[in-house]
Ligand binder design. Sequence first.
Ligand SMILES: CN1c2c(nc(N)[nH]c2=O)NC[C@@H]1CNc1ccc(C(=O)N[C@@H](CCC(=O)N[C@@H](CCC(=O)N[C@@H](CCC(=O)O)C(=O)O)C(=O)O)C(=O)O)cc1
Ligand code: HCS
Ligand code: ZN
Length: 752
Amino acid sequence: MSQTEKTTFRSTILGSARIGPDRELKKATEGYWHGRVDRAGLESVARKLRAQNWTALRDAGLDSVPVNTFSFYDQVLDTAVMLGALPPRFAHIADDRDRYFAAARGDDDVPPLEMTKWFDTNYHYLVPEIDEQTRFTLDSRKVLGELTEALALGIPARPVVIGPITFLLLSKSTDGVAPLDRIEELVPLYRELLAELATAGAEWVQLDEPALVGDRAEAEIDAAARVYRSLAAAEVRPSILVASYFGHLGAALPALAGSGVEGLSVDLTAVVAPELPQLGDTLLVAGVVDGRNVWRTDLDAALATLRALPGTVAVSSSCSLLHVPYSLVPETGLDPALRSWLAFGAEKVDEVVVLARALAAGDGAVAEQLAASRAAAELRRGDPRLREPSVRARVAALGEEAATRAPAEERAVMQARAIPLPTLPTTTIGSFPQTPRIRAARAQLRSGEIDQAEYDRRMREEIAEVVALQERLGLDVLVHGEPERNDMVQYFAELLDGFAATAAGWVQSYGTRCVRPPILFGDVRRTSAMTVDWIGYAQSLTDKPVKGMLTGPVTILAWSFVRDDQSLADTAAQVALAIRDETVDLEAAGIQVIQVDEPALRELLPLRAADQQAYLDWAVHAFRLATAGVREETAVHTHLCYSEFGDVIGSIDRLDADVTSIEAARSRMEVLDDLNAVGFARGVGPGVYDIHSPRIPGRDEIVRSLKLALKAVPAERVWVNPDCGLKTRTAEEVEASLTNMVAAAAEVRAGL
Ligand SMILES: CN1c2c(nc(N)[nH]c2=O)NC[C@@H]1CNc1ccc(C(=O)N[C@@H](CCC(=O)N[C@@H](CCC(=O)N[C@@H](CCC(=O)O)C(=O)O)C(=O)O)C(=O)O)cc1
Ligand SMILES: N[C@@H](CCS)C(=O)O
Ligand SMILES: [Zn+2]
């Protein structure tokens, strides 16, 4: 049978969430790690979630259902396991599942794989390490297992696997050989995999190649064309869908289209739709339902796009639905108007099905759904919360001076006088452990078991404990510990006008960690101080300076679902003004050091170089607008993490913060050389140990990190701090790690 005679499909999504509508997988996995759930219990939760998910997708009307998008931790780690590419340091762990979790999280003896952002999303993947010790071998058990499980349930299953080009482009080399140079070793493994999948009954396979939507060298595109020609030439294989998402394929599109694969998915939700060439027999899987935001699709516009496409078309989400919450059904507390403008995962699947039906049978077949879509759009356009005159007037009146402080060198002198500190001052990044006790208090407040006054009293108790601990440890600049924050973005969103919070809108951020991104739907305004009581209270307990802690405008946008009816730059300016008002209030309450976190600065960087400068300009402007309202004596700190910073290093300098704490431990302080290269001459706190692992760093290890840092930066500018906040660690880990950190700083200081 030729490939084109095989079955085809008309409606699908590129992947789905897996953590469970009620975070069942998170709970089971954490239970397994802590010995509360056994292996069988964990596997049974996983199997049930997969079955529920596939059945719901099929019953909603999709005629091709993605499988193997389930993961116990991360799909890139799954692919590394599938290709036999786990580093040998995990080989001593005999049990497959425990070896997998060790690679994800580390254990007492071995550090985990590095974790980094999945393209420009708030999902994080584990970075495969490829070197001369890597011997690729195929282990197809997971994907075959999911396929078999789904077929047994009568699901029209389409296994999804990360493609070989993307796998290697996301990997890091530890021996100087570019991972992509090993592509020829992977091709036979993928051919073998295709044969196994076909034999097991797969009619289609989806190979994800999102790395091809970035700026890619000609050699990389040539490699992709060569690889897919070779895979397409395999005798025994399912039809191949190459999936692209998060942007446009550009030059990679004709290369893939000409390779002989049967299907190509394209993201049609970006601002400028790509010019699509005639694709002949290739099935065009059109991503018209945005998989990354929560706004209801304009069905008329989507249909117009679909009808203008060449060739045979299937309707799809633009990317996996991993990035949006499961369903609007539990969101009964949302304002009904706002709710009618939204579509979460389940509703997006319905939209795909409606669009496919309209394409096949005409608009009349879905007249009711089209009318509802139009009515929601109309309601949204007319809502007064989208245009708040006072906010608009304030933004319009801003001049350049609003984003400008005195020169940094002058500020440094004034701040040294106002805030006396030792050389190599020690501090932390803000959060202390979010203990079960803290979370339980918040759950009790929500359920009405305790009132606001009791909740406040308990949070003050937590703050007092954290302040006392920091004094005992001998830290120099203290923090209040952020106990009152459910999340560093959601906390602010719940207090600002223009945002809505969800009840159950959980989205996986990494592993078992989830976030509930707020929905930024209207004009943003601060109506009262958000942090001053907590931070002012902490300052009242100590003579040491307490660092005020805020989240920056870019990060608030990055970790929210943001309105799509105006530019991000305009929305960022509104958020920046709200944060600016808070800095001014903190200063008036006696806070001399204010940290405005921007861990997501790098995350929002557009994937294509041509779009990056415009983003960096508005992002830097928003940060400066948020931080330039305070006096020159007030030290503005910022914190960056979770990224490779190479592409934004110049912009870190332009933020004009007095001190920048930055993730550095895992990259062996290389970021400091990058900062030097752009003439960065401000305070810097290179993270001296990695907080993502439960490992307690030894004092000698931290001394070594610090000495490495001092080779790059003079001691007068260096701060000593962990890589990131301590919220995910236990109290014991934090106390032990910070004891070693303070001791290491003292040792190095004494030797200066
Ligand atoms: C710094 N990071 C962040 C990112 N994005 C954010 N929006 N926020 C971030 O901090 N992206 C990059 C990184 C990713 N890192 C993390 C780190 C840690 C988490 C995390 O721990 N998430 C928690 C959920 C946090 C939260 O919202 N907590 C709420 C609700 C807690 C809860 O589950 N409550 C229970 C009942 C209470 C109980 O008894 O435990 C319930 O509702 O069932 C709160 O504290 O009130 C997680 O558990 O996954 C995320 C990203
Ligand atoms: N202040 C925050 C920053 C995390 S990126 C924290 O300490 O958790
Ligand atoms: Zn951080």
